[in-house]
Design a protein around this ligand. Structure first.
Ligand code: FAD
Length: 482
């Protein structure tokens, strides 16, 4: 789906007031899409965006310290989901898009006391190449044979949702669950694969099983299509970022907004409705709006709506969240013996470590450190070890340095450290998530002038948040007859 923002001419002002609550990427992309789509139709609209913090961007947080560029929250977006790249290009940021350093495109898994390379050809968690898998010391021979049997395992007869663990175990066996799928979803989504919905998080795996009867066959077919459609070097790498940091995206959106008033440092405390909406701010100001878009975490949307409709609030509260933290440590290059020959490592739960994984940032992307330094970004918390997020800074650093010592043999003093705690920032798409969200959408549809968008519902990454914000903007304009 490509959103076309090209302009039609026919000037007309709507006197309806649109309120967007939340200045993360979802709220900003919704405001931007509303403006662009309205402008395309020659219409003018009035939007007010409320953000409780004194900065916009929500989870997107980039810090610059001397020549170091540190991402506190997300550090990239997936090119396979094209909406972030499309938006960057539309905003004139095409030149800022930054590929990963392909020569380091390798991931390691910490297994039985040391880092082992994830065999080449494992796409997400599906093996597609025979020889690298055969040579790998990450899996047993029985585990490898079990993966190969996937080609002959019939597809499931009954429909319905399954956990990621059940699905992957059924198709590819237990070793791929515990050594690849579990650490991958813990590292990326902070989720527990035993509870995670396969249908909501990996719908294309379900489609592949349905269409090809096998994930391996499905992935090979997909790879063939990709190779045929690409002549020469593909334009994008799997993970893409922005040269000057991901916060360039929200900052550029803010600069591009013309019909939106952004109010930062103002927390919305409640919403009510008489004829139109009344938005109550924490400082007791009240603002009127005709249409409200909630781009806040679902539990926060629930809190704001409790006075208006407690049953919708209760439904919103059924989407669980977990907390995580990222800890970035920089070192002088010559103090580290580890070759860091990849993008980083993941740690399976069964290894019983406190660290979930780490990105070798200075390998993955250029322009992140001075030449004589390296940067490592570690992940902790999530459904596995949430309590660690609340260690104080001193204990947190002590803990993470012990982990890096054990996993990578690093005992040097870091020259720079940063800790970012993300309290209740990761929505968990547990089994039945799609149905849960459909019920919420149905309840909210009783209010045709109220919309929800954001990472809690239909895709948790930046790119999906952008797509969903664009769809929300379309629905708002449709409601307004614009
Ligand atoms: C540590 C971490 C790493 C991640 N890594 C990646 C990654 O590499 N790639 C990727 O694609 N995705 C990643 N994600 C997910 C991605 O960050 C989110 O999907 C996305 O940023 C969510 O955007 P959002 O606007 O929906 O929500 P948020 O970013 O949470 O924005 C919501 C905003 O609403 C504001 N708000 C809340 N309550 C109120 C109120 N009452 N009044 C006014 N304002 C309010 C908040 O302050 C916030 O600014 C990561 C997330 C985390 C936490």
């Amino acid at each position: 789906m490509v959103f076309d923002y090209s302009v039609e001419n026919n000037n007309n002002m709507s006197n309806k007031k649109i309120a967007v609550i939340g200045g993360g990427i979802s709220g900003l992309a919704a405001a931007y899409s509303l403006e662009e789509m309205a402008q395309r139709k020659g219409k003018s609209i009035s939007i007010t965006l409320f953000e409780k913090n004194n900065r916009i961007g929500g989870n997107i947080l980039t810090e610059r310290v001397g020549d170091f560029l540190i991402e506190g929250g997300p550090d990239c977006f997936l090119s396979e989901k094209p909406w972030a790249i499309q938006l960057c290009e539309w905003l004139g940021m095409g030149e800022s898009l930054l590929r990963t350093n392909d020569e380091y495109r390798r991931t390691y898994i910490y297994w039985k006391g040391r880092l082992r390379e994830l065999p080449e050809g494992i796409m997400l968690m599906i093996p597609t190449r025979f020889f690298p898998l055969l040579k790998s010391d990450l899996f047993s021979l029985a585990g490898k044979l079990r993966m190969g049997m996937e080609l002959f395992i019939p597809k499931r007869k009954s429909g319905g949702d399954e956990s990621l663990s059940e699905f992957v175990r059924r198709r590819l066996g237990q070793e791929i669950v515990e050594r690849v799928a579990e650490p991958l979803v813990a590292g990326v989504h902070a989720e527990n694969p035993d509870a995670m919905s396969i249908k909501s998080r990996f719908p294309r795996f379900v489609q592949m099983e349905e269409e090809y009867g096998s994930l391996i066959k499905g992935m090979l077919a997909k790879r063939k299509i990709m190779l045929n459609s690409e002549s020469g070097k593909p334009k994008w790498t799997m993970f893409m970022t922005l040269k000057n940091g991901l916060d360039e995206l929200p900052l550029t959106i803010v600069k591009a907004l013309k019909m939106t008033t952004i109010i930062t440092n103002k927390e919305v405390s409640e919403i009510n409705k008489v004829s139109g909406y009344k938005i109550y701010l924490k400082n007791r100001d009240t603002i009127d709006a005709d249409v409200v878009i909630f781009a806040t975490p679902s539990y926060e949307t629930g809190r704001l709506l409790r006075g208006l409709n407690s049953s919708i609030s209760d439904q919103l509260d059924t989407i669980p969240y977990v907390s995580t933290a990222t800890i970035s440590l920089a070192y002088k290059k010559d103090s580290i013996l580890h070759p860091m020959n990849g993008f980083g490592f993941l740690v399976p739960r069964v290894e019983n470590r406190r660290i979930m994984g780490a990105s070798w940032v200075s390998r993955k992307f250029s322009y992140r450190t001075p030449d004589d330094s390296i940067l490592i970004r570690c992940f902790i918390g999530g459904s596995r070890n949430e309590e660690l997020v609340f260690l104080d800074d001193k204990d947190m650093l002590k803990m993470i340095r012990e982990e890096l010592r054990d996993v990578m043999g690093i005992s040097a003093e870091p020259i720079l450290t940063r800790i970012y705690r993300w309290e209740k920032a990761m929505p968990q798409y547990i089994i039945g998530h799609d149905e849960r969200v459909s019920r919420i959408e149905q309840s909210i549809s009783k209010y045709p002038d109220m919309f929800v968008t954001g990472s809690a519902y239909r895709g948790g990454g930046i790119s999906e948040c952008i797509k969903n914000a664009q769809l929300t903007a379309e629905s708002v304009l449709k409601y307004l007859n614009l």
